[in-house]
Design a protein around this ligand. Sequence first.
Ligand SMILES: [Zn+2]
Length: 218
Amino acid sequence: MSKHPSLDVVIADKLRKKILTGALPLGAHLIEAEHVKEFDVSHGTVRSALKRLEYEGLVESIPRRGVFVVEIHPNDALELSTLRDSLESLAAKRAASTASPQEMKKLKGILEKMQHEVMRDNRKECAALDLEFHRHIVACAHHSRLTAMYAQLASQTEMFINLTDPLHDDLEHMVPLHEPIVRAIETQDAELAFRLSADHNRRDGELLAEQISTRGST
Ligand SMILES: [Zn+2]
């Protein structure tokens, strides 16, 4: 593999960042020619960057209309939360028997950082650690197909976390939500790790779906 990512990967990274930070809002029209100018690259490069983002579920291509940042409907919020719960619970269950001591140490380290950032009320960092926490548990499961599926969902997961974060008044729920999962994996209680993770995103998914449908009806 080459050391430098290809240009379309670089452009996809830049556009992804804009979408995930809201600089390109949900539903925004992505005009190829504008990005060609903005990044000083070819049409082909922008097109293949957009294809990457489409594969990740961040943009959608509508025939004869163009490419748009996806819109999140109530059903998308529920689909994402239930799919995450399914993949993450499978990962947590396996991790209870497959995580190495080093991997366990890293997981506890992420939780400690999370505790620290909760105290500082640092939402941005907490959201990043939330994502890192679940990604690491998936890595601990040593299941290549699960890892690949979770990676494909990574951008949508990040979008989901960014959208659900403002639904909470504070970050107090973060540690009680994640600490028991770490403990269950550490004590190799696979069933408990599964159960805790199987329910982990449900409330956020429901809250987000509710918020979107209220917003849509006003
Ligand atoms: Zn989480």
